[in-house]
Design a protein around this ligand. Structure first.
Ligand SMILES: [Zn+2]
Length: 429
């Protein structure tokens, strides 16, 4: 009993120290260094919505094994990594986060037992049993098809590629797999995560996750491979059949000229993105190295037509829209029996430049840890905010997500003009 009381006194001392620390942050001007640990501590104590995250993970108001047996992993300020943390309540979770003040934390699977007790169990009795199905779309995988930025940089223009990927993946998960509970979260720097919380998704074993993510991997192959989409060739001059999911995303009439006033819906989201984002905005085929890849993707049996395109494009600058219209013209002029091969090649090109590029390793295993929504990205200071699908296209990764410093300033401002609110986070915009 004395030990328990001792521990609780210790806790009270810690709480007092934390309160004093937060008061210091409020009294002094906020430190504008996003990595200032005092800002982060104040953010955890006052803004991060632990209770909402708990309800989302737990899927119930009363605490269940979904939360109690859930693994959390903390990256501490000194880069130490603590795995297999677990908590009985959200209050306990919040208290531990505030005590450790990690630079970030991640969410793992639900295990057969509490992760913090794993050392007392036989290995065979401790294994992951459920976990949200998660997806990671990262700008790293888009370098070869964007022209505005490269490496670690991104802007609103290349972010549209991520938005297109999110739109298509959302449609696939809802319409082809029947999932309903999807949460899209800005990853804090260069991408987006999707968490699928339907019970059927959470229960998927690793083999099923691998199969599912394999099904969404339409774009494959490394940097040295020009053709990254190969969905089969037409046989004996007949059009090939595409899976209805791909047909829905791609639409029809791939031979329609870019300036055509044909109903844009018949083109599907990917063809529209190809014309608007890749051709018009990114001008993806302007440089010779990039248009030579386009030529390699045209039907190999049409070498004369491809050679004519090469001569024309090498003679002087033509925009990507003009080049694509040149390709369409070559396809339309081709012999009737060659038409299905042209259509297949052009559809594969549109898919190669627009279909979601998913970091498959994140999705394949139940026990892959993923950064929690609402944590701060250590290198940008930005909060990993959830986004509605409709918001993603207009989201600006440079300014759209608040920084921890901004949120704390908004709270300080709200305190100067007090209103009755239920939680501190509601005072932030
Ligand atoms: Zn960019």
């Amino acid at each position: 009993m004395a030990a328990v009381e001792g521990a609780s006194y210790e806790r009270m001392d810690e709480d007092r120290e934390l309160d004093q620390a937060c008061a210091m942050v409020e009294e002094s001007a906020l430190a504008h260094d996003p990595n200032d640990p005092m800002n982060l501590l104040a953010y955890y104590r006052r803004v991060l919505p632990f209770r909402s995250l708990f309800t989302w993970l737990n899927q119930d108001m009363a605490v269940t094994r979904n939360f109690m047996r859930r693994e959390f992993a903390f990256t501490l300020q000194n880069d130490a990594y603590l795995r297999y943390q677990s908590f009985a309540t959200w209050e306990e979770w919040k208290k531990e986060v505030c005590r450790l003040n990690p630079s970030r934390f991640e969410i793992g699977p639900v295990y057969t037992a509490k992760p913090k007790d794993r050392k007392t169990l036989q290995k065979a009795n401790f294994r992951p049993v459920q976990r949200e199905l998660v997806f990671d779309i990262d700008m790293t995988d888009y370098d070869e098809i964007r022209t505005c930025c490269s490496d670690k940089h991104l802007c609103r223009r290349c972010w549209k590629l991520i938005a297109v990927a999110a739109e298509v993946l959302d449609m696939t998960l809802r319409e082809d797999f029947g999932f309903k509970h999807l949460l899209w979260v800005y990853s804090g720097r260069r991408g987006i995560h999707c968490w699928v919380s339907d019970p059927e998704a959470c229960a998927l074993p690793d083999e099923a996750r691998k199969a599912l993510v394999g099904w969404t991997e339409v774009v494959r192959g490394g940097a040295n491979q020009a053709k990254k989409v190969a969905l089969g060739a037409p046989s004996a001059g007949f059009p090939r059949a595409l899976h209805p999911s791909l047909r829905r995303a791609l639409g029809h009439d791939v031979l329609t000229n870019t300036a055509s006033r044909a109903p844009p819906l018949s083109r599907g989201v990917l063809q529209r993105a190809f014309v608007d984002v890749l051709l018009r905005d990114q001008d993806v085929f302007r440089e010779q190295a990039r248009w030579e890849i386009l030529l390699q993707l045209l039907p190999t049996s049409e070498s004369d037509a491809v050679a004519r395109l090469h001569t024309r494009w090498a003679a002087g600058p033509r925009s990507s829209v003009q080049k694509w219209d040149d390709v369409l013209e070559a396809a339309q002029r081709s012999h009737d029996r060659m038409r299905p091969a042209w259509i297949a090649a052009l559809e594969d090109i549109v898919l190669q430049y627009t279909y979601p590029r998913i970091d498959a390793e994140v999705s394949k295993r139940m026990n892959h840890l993923l950064k929690s929504p609402f944590v701060m990205h250590p290198s940008t200071g930005r909060v990993c905010v959830p986004l509605e699908l409709e918001q993603i296209l207009d989201f600006d990764p440079a300014t759209g997500a608040p920084t921890v410093v901004q949120l704390l300033e908004e709270l300080t401002h709200a305190q100067a003009t007090p209103e009755k609110h239920r939680g501190e986070w509601e005072k932030t915009i």
